[in-house]
Design a protein around this ligand. Sequence first.
Ligand code: PMP
Length: 457
Amino acid sequence: MPDTAANSWEARAEAATFYGFTDLPSIHARGTVVLTHGEGPYIVDTHGRRYLDANSGLWNMVAGFDHAGLAAAAKAQYDRFPGYHAFFGRMSDQTVMLSEKLVEVSPFDRGRVFYTNSGSEANDTLAKMLWFLAGAEGAPERRKILTRVNSYHGVTAVSASMTGKPYNALFGLPLPGFVHLTCPHYWREGRPGETEGEFTARLAAELEEVIAREGAETIAGFFAEPVMGAGGVIPPSAGYFQAIQPILKRHGIPLVADEVICGFGRTGEVWGCETYGFVPDAIISSKALTAGYFPMGAVILGSDLADRLHAAAEAVEEFPHGFTASGHPVGCAIALKAIDVILNEGLLDNVRAMTPRFEAGMQRLAEHPHIGEWRGKGLMGALEAVADKATKTPFPSDLSVSERIANTCTDHGLICRPLGQSIVLCPPFILTEAQMDEMFDKLEAALTRVFAEIGAG
Ligand code: PMP
């Protein structure tokens, strides 16, 4: 129960904060978890309670919550040069080094990087880049953006329009010109009797139809997460990117990999596109880019888009876009350190080493009669609760099954996230075997308890 004393942290949080993405009645009943610090993959609240954060904050705190090297890199850069922009032909040396590093670790032989403060802004920025390019190349009608139902690309007006979630209707979004295709989730979207290969072929045919209907000359780009994250951890159906990329190429439509979640190791490779065997035309990065130690996003343009955009900008002298903190020296210094920590200090190796144990844990919980499916890749996964496993019928939404499971976990010192009727796990890359076992044991206890409570044991 929340501490309701007027001066409690819980009451103060509620009195002075406008909450986003928070179930307000539930938080009013349960109280806000107000945090003071972290220890490895654990977070600690104002009452001294420790929670294993199986969501890495919001997928981003991949090096845990007390990485001395990242804090030291930040401090050193604050002492040296605490802030600057990247306008007017000036930028910090850290910004230059990070751009070189991002192109080096990208799947592109050459490229260019543009910086933002978030993943949403990076998606907005790339959409504006594609629109700018369309204008410069004499094709101003080339403005539509294709994405998928259930995708998540952010909350700014453009990235929210890309996002395929129903709640955006509350804002009168999407804006015109955003087209959402079928979510490549075979288990949910596959038709009776349809094989996974046939499902993928149907989605490719749908893409052809949409391009024909809308007109290829009106489409600026196709944005896709390699694994859909906030849609409920949905890996693509087999062969999906291999099926759609040739179609996009044939019509001259750039394929953008939104790697905000997958990028920098989550799927077991540096990029999700590497895991799924395709090279996009541009990459959107954020989150693990700084291991969550600084708000930063990046648009990494492959050589073709980089060359065309550079030429377009030169023709009118400048690309009139940028944020005050684009390429912030402290953010760039932290990102350089985070990339080094992930690639050279064993974090990516640990993702690979721990993946079989993660899959085994998910598999074990998926045997429960009310878990319909587990899905995931690398160190990200979801367990979907169902009332009936054979028919995949969901529980009535008023039972709030996934919220109850997540709340029970929180009460027992484990943070995991309800998404629809699924529970999402995406632990920090530093997780040990013992901590992974703790995660699955606590989640299993919560599942058992909640299913018993609702009479579905
Ligand atoms: N793209 C993807 C795939 C994401 O998961 C997110 C955030 N969860 C975003 C974009 C938006 O990033 P931000 O919250 O930093 O704006």
